[in-house]
Write a protein that binds this ligand. Structure first.
Ligand SMILES: [Zn+2]
Length: 220
């Protein structure tokens, strides 16, 4: 089986999406890129995460053709591949319909930076304009909204897309976006939260950029 490690990671992080309450059933999708081989392992279409094994994860080439796997890829493979093309440093993409972030997306409203953890997503989380799911049009909207050094966008009337160097990083971004959306929603329900100032968000973003990287020169 080619890309066994990547396909196993897609299956494992799919279950983690369920456990973290970021999706239900078969909603959303996720992928990992193997750039040396120009291949992408992506979750299968319409299959509940609890049932996905590595052999169920299709492998695509850079043009979206199935290289190996008996199942159809997620209908959103267009924007997964488009993000890998647009952002060479990105190694994984996670897409969810997590409820609080999607609430802001349905208002076409950015998540207010009321909590510093939004810094995992960058200085802000832009909103991509609405386009029909599964289309190249949506892929163009997602790529245009995903500014340099931004790791997440809201899809208007749809959900969230998060990117990272690997699945662990992209998952953390998706989880943090949902957490801050929930805190923002709750804070606005009982008060008028002040957003963190732009210069502080820039400071936080720079600290998070190095988060998870090994220290210079190695170390223990
Ligand atoms: Zn979706």
């Amino acid at each position: 089986m080619i890309l066994e490690r990547e396909r196993e990671a897609v299956a494992r992080y799919g279950r983690r999406l369920l456990e973290a309450g970021l999706t239900t059933g078969a909603g959303g999708n996720l992928s990992v890129a193997c750039r040396q081989e120009d291949r992408v392992a992506i979750s299968p279409s319409g299959m509940p995460y609890g049932e996905i094994g590595p052999e169920d994860v299709p492998v695509l080439d850079g043009k979206g053709r199935i290289v190996e796997g008996r199942r159809r890829p997620s209908t959103e493979w267009h924007f997964h591949l488009a993000l890998y093309r647009a952002r060479p440093e990105v190694g994984a993409v996670v897409h969810t319909h997590s409820t609080y972030a999607t609430t802001f997306a349905c208002l076409e409203r950015e998540i207010p930076p009321v909590h510093y953890l939004i810094g995992f997503a960058g200085r802000r989380v832009p909103v991509a304009p609405y386009a029909t799911f599964g289309t190249e049009d949506l892929a163009r909207c997602v790529v245009a909204a995903m500014e340099p050094e931004v790791n997440a966008v809201l899809l208007a009337h749809h959900g969230v897309v998060a990117v990272g160097a690997d699945l662990a990083a992209a998952f953390t971004v998706a989880e943090s976006v949902e957490f801050v959306a929930r805190i923002g929603f709750q804070a606005e329900a009982i008060g008028s939260p002040r957003p963190l100032p732009a210069d502080e968000m820039e400071r936080v973003r720079r600290k998070f950029r190095d988060y998870g990287r090994p220290p210079p020169g190695g170390g223990i």
